[in-house]
Design a protein around this ligand. Structure first.
Ligand code: G3P
Length: 227
């Protein structure tokens, strides 16, 4: 399973990228708003992320509400850099815009997916990536992991050749809150988990690793002192 970072914060992206295991970036309007970014700077900001992560897929979300406007916005976003993936929400307009953009060779990440039927529609419309949300189910006291399992199983039952530019669909486990979500996504065979910076840091660390490091350091200092 590949790791994407779910943020629009350039410092977080740069740090996660420096670890050498980052495979992509996903953003959304809320994550951009969190950076304090202005409307006029949105496309410039997406270009900066795409440049920082050259060669890695970077999802930039369109905010238009009808299909025609989504297509126009999607074309503009895709033209910013070759590694930009256009993120569109699952809805009638989003599906229609996905079909048009996919036929033009644009990669689309279909977001706000909460069910297997939504995922199947997205894949048939030409989505290159599908983002089922896990954590938002858990927020409601429901089981996000079992919904993710359904999406992965249903998409995995079919061959998506001819549906999009790469002839394949990858599932991005999204709305990931904890290392446990990451483990569950990988056990289910998700292609990608997109993880916020704080949760990614939690994945790097483990209390026993940290305690082990302190122990090694203390013992090594004894060796140095005795030299
Ligand atoms: O990027 C989409 C998704 O990961 C959002 O997650 O935490 O807002 O539910 P969250």
């Amino acid at each position: 399973m590949k790791f994407f970072i779910d943020t629009a914060n350039l410092d977080e992206i740069a740090e996660a990228k420096s670890w050498g295991c980052l495979a992509g970036v996903t953003t959304n309007p809320s994550l951009y708003a969190k950076t304090g970014g202005k409307l006029a700077d949105f496309e410039g900001h997406m270009s900066k992320i795409a440049e920082l992560c050259a060669g890695l897929p970077v999802s930039a979300e369109a905010t238009s509400e009808d299909a025609e406007a989504m297509v126009a916005e999607g074309r503009r976003l895709a033209a910013l850099a070759p590694n930009i993936v256009v993120k569109l929400p699952i809805c009638e307009a989003g599906l229609a815009a996905t079909r048009t953009l996919a036929d033009e060779g644009v990669r689309v990440n279909m977001t706000l997916v909460f069910s297997a039927p939504q995922a199947l529609l997205a894949a048939n419309a030409g989505a290159r990536y599908i983002s089922p949300f896990v954590g938002r189910f858990d927020d409601l006291g429901e089981d996000g992991v079992s919904q993710l399992a359904d999406v992965i199983a249903c998409i995995g039952n079919y061959d998506w050749s001819g549906k999009n530019v790469d002839d394949t669909v990858e599932i991005i486990a999204a709305s990931i809150r904890t290392p446990h979500h990451v483990t569950q996504a990988a056990l289910l065979g998700a292609d990608i988990a997109t993880v916020p910076f704080a949760a990614l840091k939690k994945c790097v660390h483990h209390p026993l690793t940290d305690r082990g490091l302190e122990g090694f350091k203390a013992d090594w200092n004894k060796v140095i002192a005795g030299a």
